[in-house]
Design a protein around this ligand. Structure first.
Ligand SMILES: [Zn+2]
Length: 461
């Protein structure tokens, strides 16, 4: 008896869409085709002709646990991931402390294995204060590094220990370590000196409302940092993964370096494609993220890089906070923490782009699942529907519109997630499967915490 048959789906494979069935044994895909009568199955799920996509691999996801449980836990945030069709998250270290050493990493892995609903991979923290650990954590099972080119935000120093590069000396030394490891380096690209100067100036003038967050981080702050990273990457032949690129100019600069032969990957997020800086006027701190939301014109240009293939991945940058944190010192936008929850909107927003004819379904799957898995060394185990891969799926309704309401979300931070409210989208996630097990079904979580597993980088030799 074979474990599971998902019958009559529009199966989205790497080279096309096939209407038929998928058979699963031991958590892996064993057959794809017209399989209904060929074998006996323990369990049959009728997909009713809906689209069966590879489960999402979210390359940019924050859980702070075991620190800050009030912002959510591995359990609450991976429930949100399951609801968002995401079957593997890549966790970015901003925690207490960030996982810059093997010991800290293993403590977080243990907490994750007790709580996760979906599978999880970790990035290791890399920064100037903890250069001596870069190689150690690199050999401990991470899928890449994460670093910031800016100082810790006000009042959050402890969450950023070993995660920031404050000057070129630290970058120089760290990149020599990265070179030894060969792992991709995810970098948050914003120029700290310029931003701190502009914030100081803005505060002195009393300009501290929502829109001033965008005004003090103009496009050039991202471009300068991207250029610096490219130079260090080139010098050391280190694969660069540029997280949440928000400006067309940064994408252009990165593309030019890639065309010249460098290994560079570009990520953006749905909020840089579906929102612009006007949201900061309407929602203030709730629309505050770094880099900031951009002008409508830049948003339109960024779409071109989604369409033409320049951008490799879409991450949610899911960042849970509390209402209290977002409301703190309301009159000063520079005080509230940056980021908002996004994992439950990533599939529907991008499915809407498919529905509207901006991108194909195959391109969407590349952006949301296959490319993140390839870049972080988890392919072909994750991110594709093919024989031998993990049976990770999202069953999605592409045709019935629905309206986003943050109150429907499963994230613990749903109360700060109202920026898309009222928007009509397509692509509701109906069911999510991880390694052949249905973890989410029409609003309900179907497995116990701890079902999710730790995913390491596949050996590439
Ligand atoms: Zn982030």
């Amino acid at each position: 008896m074979v474990e599971l048959l998902i019958r009559d789906a529009n199966v989205v494979m790497e080279d096309g869409i096939f209407r038929g069935d998928v058979a699963v044994e031991d958590g892996k895909i064993i057959a794809i085709g017209k399989l209904d009568d060929t074998m006996k199955y323990e369990k049959v799920v009728d997909a009713g002709g809906f689209f069966l996509l590879p489960g999402g691999v979210d390359p940019h996801f924050h859980v702070r646990y075991p620190s800050h449980p009030e912002r959510g836990t591995f359990e609450s945030e991976t429930k949100a991931a399951a609801a968002g069709g995401v079957t593997t998250i890549i966790e970015h270290p901003i925690s207490l402390p960030p996982q810059y050493s093997k010991e800290i990493l293993m403590a977080r892995v243990q907490a994750a294995e007790e709580q996760c609903i979906v599978d999880i991979a970790f990035l290791g923290a890399a920064g100037g204060e903890k250069i001596e650990y870069i190689r150690e954590v690199g050999e401990a099972g991470i899928v890449g590094y994460k670093t910031f080119l800016h100082a810790a935000p006000e009042g959050r120093d402890k969450e950023f220990v070993g995660l920031t590069m404050k000057d070129n000396y630290e970058l120089y030394k760290s990149f020599q370590e990265f070179k030894q490891s060969g792992l991709p380096v995810s970098a948050h690209a914003e120029d700290n000196d310029l931003i701190s100067g502009l914030i100081k100036e803005s505060r002195a003038k009393g300009n501290t409302s929502g829109i001033d967050h965008a005004k003090t981080r103009p496009s050039i702050t991202e471009v300068l940092a991207v250029e610096r990273l490219i130079r260090f990457g080139k010098e050391n032949k280190v694969p660069l993964y540029l997280v949440h690129i928000s400006t067309p100019e940064a994408a252009r600069v990165a593309k030019a370096a890639r065309d010249a032969g460098q290994e560079i990957y570009i990520e953006t997020c749905p909020h840089y494609l579906y929102l612009n800086e006007q949201a900061l006027i309407e929602h203030n701190a709730y629309a505050k993220c770094n880099p900031p939301l951009r002008s409508a014109e830049e948003v339109a240009q960024l779409w071109e890089f989604i369409i033409d293939g320049t951008i490799d991945t879409i991450g949610s940058d899911h960042s849970p906070f509390t209402v209290e944190e977002k409301e703190r010192k309301k009159e000063d936008i520079f005080v509230a923490p940056s980021g908002f929850p996004g994992v439950e909107f990533r599939f529907p927003l991008m499915m809407s782009a498919v529905k509207e004819g901006r991108i194909t379904l195959l391109r969407m799957v590349e952006l949301l699942s296959t490319n993140p898995s390839k870049i972080f060394g988890m392919y072909p185990k994750k991110g594709a529907i093919r024989i031998g891969s993990d049976a990770d799926f999202a069953l999605v309704d592409l045709d019935t519109p629905y309206v986003i309401n943050h109150k429907d979300c499963l994230t613990h931070a749903k109360d700060i997630g109202m920026i898309y409210d009222g928007k009509q989208v397509y692509g509701k996630v109906l069911k999510t499967f991880v390694r052949g097990e249905m973890v989410y079904d029409m609003g309900e979580i179907k497995v116990e915490p701890g079902f999710g597993q730790w995913v390491k980088r596949e050996k590439t030799e």
